[in-house]
Design a protein around this ligand. Structure first.
Ligand SMILES: Cc1cc2nc3c(=O)[nH]c(=O)nc-3n(C[C@H](O)[C@H](O)[C@H](O)COP(=O)(O)OP(=O)(O)OC[C@H]3O[C@@H](n4cnc5c(N)ncnc54)[C@H](O)[C@@H]3O)c2cc1C
Ligand SMILES: *[C@@H]1O[C@H](CO)[C@@H](O)[C@H](O)[C@H]1NC(C)=O
Ligand SMILES: *[C@@H]1O[C@H](CO)[C@@H](O)[C@H](O)[C@H]1NC(C)=O
Ligand SMILES: *[C@@H]1O[C@H](CO)[C@@H](O)[C@H](O)[C@H]1NC(C)=O
Ligand SMILES: *[C@@H]1O[C@H](CO)[C@@H](O)[C@H](O)[C@H]1NC(C)=O
Ligand SMILES: *[C@@H]1O[C@H](CO)[C@@H](O)[C@H](O)[C@H]1NC(C)=O
Ligand SMILES: *[C@@H]1O[C@H](CO)[C@@H](O)[C@H](O)[C@H]1NC(C)=O
Ligand SMILES: *[C@@H]1O[C@H](CO)[C@@H](O)[C@H](O)[C@H]1NC(C)=O
Ligand SMILES: *[C@@H]1O[C@H](CO)[C@@H](O)[C@H](O)[C@H]1NC(C)=O
Ligand SMILES: *[C@@H]1O[C@H](CO)[C@@H](O)[C@H](O)[C@H]1NC(C)=O
Length: 496
């Protein structure tokens, strides 16, 4: 028996006022549409609502498991009719648990029962349902000799990844994952199943390529695929101990090297971690080369600027081997084992190509890593990912042709600190450690420095988040949001 709705507010802490009647009506609407769902009263609720980032404990109203576009539409309508926020979950790897709503009291539309992929050889496209994860997408495309640009972690979902960006070592040649989208099927706030392409719902098509979570649930994307390269070499160099000047030089020399005529088929990043003693850092140089000829000749001018590495690991092989090497220890087929978890806080900085990091900013940053980084009780790393440089396909896309907010990026920096054992509790000083690292760069940079932040490295504690995440696109995004989701059904932290 349901008691009076006013007296029986569902005890989901922090949720907007959702009554037992609302939940009962949601449940009835989902059941009527044949959509299975898990509620807080079910024994598997805590398992299905566990966040990848265990810094977050989120209690959604329900997690629905649609099997078709029509069922996704049923779920969206059922949630919006009860005033409940609706969010999609693809791989669940959001850094701030936005796949669970990011805050309590949402309806999660989990896409894991929508995993078809069809590769069309007639026009080199693939139609990919957004319940898929990157490893499975790579395996399936590769079986047909095709490939897509995307990140390295096999368990990341294609839904979130392609909605906000999607960077991997093929991106300098092929662009971000979102740059490959030709059309999409999107369930809108009112339950309409819409097509979006350059010719149909062009505003929506623009918005979902950079900010999709705020505009609808993308149930499938049609992407342009690339011929899988005939070979690929993954390289990793390690410096176990670099002093501040050598590590600073490695960053500034990369800025210089990137501006020389390096091929698009070269992708790389620097990785930093705690050094073996104060005033030192660990550094790695990881990347892959997908072109013809010897990668080492191409990389030689950069390596010549660095001390001799402590070790190196070079893995030549097929394209799919390179995806597997970069994804290790996870295997590409994600049905082989369940997903991992972590407990972490992250910030990002996208640096402008026309105004790279200053010597002062690099020095302050490296000093911070070598000192505060040495004493930090977190397990931290920094990635300096090369988005730009000569011949980068990412920056060749005109800024206004998608909602992705920056097309003049040299580096995307990821500042990432986990708890020491990757499990809760998160140390009390973890967030301030990352903020201090971020500030070491920003405070030593020009006041008008036109940097940005990357939505796939989501941070819900970022000052000036709207401007850093959405840049000059925000006004247009707001206007499209007003027409396709006027009552803000798709709402969550750092959304439009
Ligand atoms: C281990 C690890 C490695 C990573 N490596 C890389 C990397 O190499 N390169 C890179 O660019 N990024 C990388 N990322 C970041 C990753 O791209 C983002 O976390 C991404 O948003 C995760 O997508 P998801 O579908 O797994 O997450 P989810 O939590 O399911 O979704 C993320 C956001 O997208 C929304 N969303 C999901 N599916 C849809 C959909 N179909 N329609 C509309 N909205 C949707 C969700 O509501 C949520 O707001 C990595 C993350 C992790 C955890
Ligand atoms: C969300 O709910 C959980 C469990 O009920 C609770 O621990 C947490 O504090 C709530 N979060 C917020 C932001 O209220
Ligand atoms: C959750 O448990 C119910 C039975 O209690 C089961 O029917 C359902 O399939 C489970 N769902 C998931 C996603 O595990
Ligand atoms: C590609 O071909 C498929 C049929 O094989 C078709 O449905 C689709 O519309 C085509 N896409 C483009 C972008 O031409
Ligand atoms: C992953 O492995 C399972 C079980 O062996 C198989 O059914 C599935 O087709 C594989 N997935 C891909 C993408 O190859
Ligand atoms: C820093 O390391 C470099 C490279 O190993 C070395 O040449 C240089 O002398 C070192 N500087 C200091 C101050 O120790
Ligand atoms: C991009 O669009 C904005 C408006 O959204 C406009 O002000 C700007 O001039 C455009 N930029 C280019 C390069 O077209
Ligand atoms: C930033 O300010 C400096 C002077 O402090 C000026 O030279 C430069 O042009 C400005 N850059 C931008 C992008 O406004
Ligand atoms: C936020 O960004 C805007 C636009 O770039 C800038 O003018 C403003 O100074 C920034 N504010 C803060 C607090 O950083
Ligand atoms: C649903 O919203 C879309 C976008 O605003 C609109 O074009 C469509 O007419 C709406 N459908 C209904 C049934 O209201």
């Amino acid at each position: 028996m349901l008691p009076s709705p006013i007296l029986a507010l569902i005890t989901i802490t922090g949720a907007a006022l959702v009554s037992a009647t609302n939940v009962a009506q949601l449940q009835a609407a989902l059941a009527a549409g044949g959509v299975s769902a898990v509620y807080s009263t079910n024994s598997n609720y805590s398992t299905v609502t566990a966040a990848y980032n265990r810094r977050f404990t989120i209690s959604p109203i329900a997690v629905a498991y649609p099997t078709s576009d029509q069922q996704v539409a049923t779920a969206v309508k059922a949630g919006s009719q009860q005033g409940i926020a609706v969010v999609a979950r693809s791989g669940g790897h959001s850094y701030i648990a936005n796949g669970l709503g990011g805050t309590n009291g949402s309806l999660v539309v989990d896409l894991s029962k929508m995993k078809s992929i069809s590769v069309r050889s007639s026009n080199n496209t693939a139609l990919i349902q957004t319940g898929n994860r990157l490893g499975d997408v790579a395996v399936t495309l590769n079986a047909a000799g095709r490939a897509l640009p995307h990140g390295t972690c096999p368990y990341v979902g294609i839904g979130g990844h392609s909605g906000y960006g999607g960077f991997g070592f093929t991106s300098r040649a092929w662009g971000l994952t979102l740059d490959t989208i030709k059309s999409a099927t999107v369930v809108l706030a009112n339950g309409t199943i819409a097509t979006a392409s350059s010719t149909v719902n062009a505003d929506l098509f623009w918005a979902i390529r950079g900010a999709s979570p705020s505009f609808g649930i993308v149930t499938s994307i049609e992407v342009s695929t690339f011929a899988a390269p005939s070979s690929a070499t993954v390289f990793e160099y390690n410096w176990n101990k670099l002093n501040v000047s050598a590590a600073s030089n490695a960053i500034s020399a990369l800025q210089t090297y990137a501006a020389t005529n390096i091929p698009a088929e070269l992708g790389l990043e620097l990785v930093f971690g705690a050094g073996p003693s104060k005033n030192t850092v660990y550094m790695g140089l990881t990347g892959a080369y997908y072109g013809t000829g010897d990668y080492s000749t191409i990389l030689a001018p950069y390596l010549a600027k660095l001390p001799k590495p402590s070790s190196k690991d070079i893995t030549p092989g097929s394209y799919i081997n390179s995806v597997a090497t970069l994804g290790a220890p996870d295997s590409l087929n994600t049905s082989s084992k369940p997903d991992d978890t972590d407990t972490f806080y992250t910030k990002s900085i996208m640096t402008p190509e026309g105004s790279p990091m200053s010597a002062a900013a690099i020095s302050a940053f490296v000093k911070y890593m070598a000192n505060q980084g040495y004493t930090s009780d977190t397990a931290w790393f920094v990635e300096v990912e090369l988005y730009g440089g000569s011949n980068s396909a990412i920056n060749a896309v005109p800024l206004n042709s998608t909602a992705f907010s920056k097309r003049d990026i040299l580096f995307t920096l990821q500042l990432y600190a986990s708890s020491a054992n990757y499990s809760p509790p998160y140390p009390a000083d973890g967030v301030s450690f990352v903020n201090g690292m971020y500030n070491s760069i920003i405070n030593a940079s020009p006041a008008n420095w036109s940097f940005g932040a990357y939505l796939n490295y989501a941070d819900n504690q970022l000052a000036n988040a709207t401007s850093l995440y959405y840049g000059s696109h925000y006004a247009r995004l707001k206007s499209i949001k007003g027409s396709v989701d006027p009552s803000n059904v798709f709402r969550f932290p750092i959304g439009v």
